[in-house]
Ligand binder design. Structure first.
Ligand SMILES: *Cc1c(COP(=O)(O)O)cnc(C)c1O
Length: 347
């Protein structure tokens, strides 16, 4: 069966052009700083985000965790939103690698504001772990791909910096946020101390994420990456695909966002499902099944139609659009979703 795979945008495969660039990439030993293709990718990422330097990582989780280690000391606390990737999907590494705990702040649609954050900041209180870092996610994956506007991000960074706190952005899908808001990634990220973004999701590279920031931070991050086992050798083969992802793939993201809208609208009319249509802002659709069948039953049912989806909670289902699902496939998936939900009751 030819699956319509909406589990995640991580399932995207490298394009023909990426494979060709990978085959022809100039490479060297990157632990010695001698891989010309990685050096080019790091320089381009820094240029696009207008930072002093960039660093190539095998995964976004490693880049996030290295950033956390850069900014914190053991015993400190990291503030993040209640459904943040750094908390829920990174194996508790902040505790292991940085000796930090995480304190969560719940935000409507996952979009933090300085007003929501400020009450949870502790400094020099003899009962509480001191806040060492604030970490923001844009787009917010588990809130359904919601987007944080530039003004909100700047306000949080301003408040944090005034309190002497560094800011890290988990911008795994920052290009999706930029497309949704029609601004540049630089405008969305300018006030953060470090920014992580993924080449391997909607941008289609097979492997890789970037961290960008100051030259000093990236020098330290290079050592911490090695400490995590992330020093790669002739990884220019991967960076070659990453360069195409970075230069060419953001331009097609609006297609994925339009396809997510199509799926969300198919879910809207059914009593069996609950969806916040205004919260569908990029390439992710999350809906819940408050009564009747649960998320895993839905995932099995939709599988019979050749559509793959992920249960992201006992009653929550996630659909993610991407490069490897066409408009036509999303229309078929929308039809399948409607048929399954119709069997579970109309509004
Ligand atoms: C995917 C993702 C990451 C990084 O994941 P890796 O699989 O480690 O590359 C980080 N943050 C968010 C919000 C993500 O969606």
């Amino acid at each position: 069966m030819q699956w319509i795979d909406l589990r995640s945008d991580t399932v995207t495969r490298p394009t023909a052009k990426m494979r060709k660039a990978m085959a022809q990439a100039d490479v060297g030993d990157d632990v010695y700083g001698e891989d010309p293709t990685i050096n080019r990718l790091e320089a381009r990422a820094a240029e696009i985000f207008r930072r002093e330097a960039g660093l190539f990582f095998p995964t976004g989780s490693m880049a996030n965790q290295v950033a956390i280690r850069l900014h914190t000391r053991p015993g400190e606390e990291i503030l993040c939103e209640s459904r943040a990737h750094v908390l829920d999907w990174e194996m508790g590494t902040a505790a292991v690698f940085s000796g930090c705990t995480l304190r969560t702040v719940e935000a409507p649609r996952g979009i933090l504001t300085w007003d929501l954050i400020r009450a949870s900041v502790f400094r020099d209180v003899p009962f509480h772990a001191s806040t060492g870092l604030i970490c923001v996610e844009n787009t917010h994956n588990m809130a359904g791909g919601t987007v944080m506007p530039a003004a909100t991000a700047h306000e949080i960074c301003q408040g944090a910096h005034a309190a002497g706190l560094p800011m890290h952005l988990d911008g795994a899908r920052i290009f999706n946020a930029a497309v949704a808001l029609n601004v540049t990634v630089h405008e969305l990220t300018a006030s953060f101390d470090t920014v992580m973004f993924c080449l391997s999701k909607g941008l289609g590279a097979p492997v890789g994420s970037m961290l960008v920031g100051s030259a000093d931070h990236m020098r330290l991050a290079r050592n911490l990456r090695k400490a995590m086992g992330g020093g790669m050798r002739q990884a220019g083969i991967l960076a070659a695909a990453g360069l195409i992802a970075l230069e060419e793939m953001p331009a097609r993201l609006p297609e994925d966002h339009a396809n997510a809208q199509l799926l969300a609208e198919a879910i809207g009319p059914f009593a069996a499902a609950e969806i916040d249509l205004g919260g569908v802002q990029s390439n992710i659709v999350i809906f819940t099944l408050p009564h009747g069948g649960d998320a895993s039953e839905f995932v099995s049912a939709i599988r019979q139609y050749g559509v793959l989806a992920n249960a992201v909670g006992p009653r929550a289902v996630r659909l993610v659009t991407h490069l490897d699902v066409s408009r036509e496939e999303c229309q078929r998936a929308a039809g399948a979703v409607a048929e399954v939900l119709a069997g579970w009751g109309n509004k």
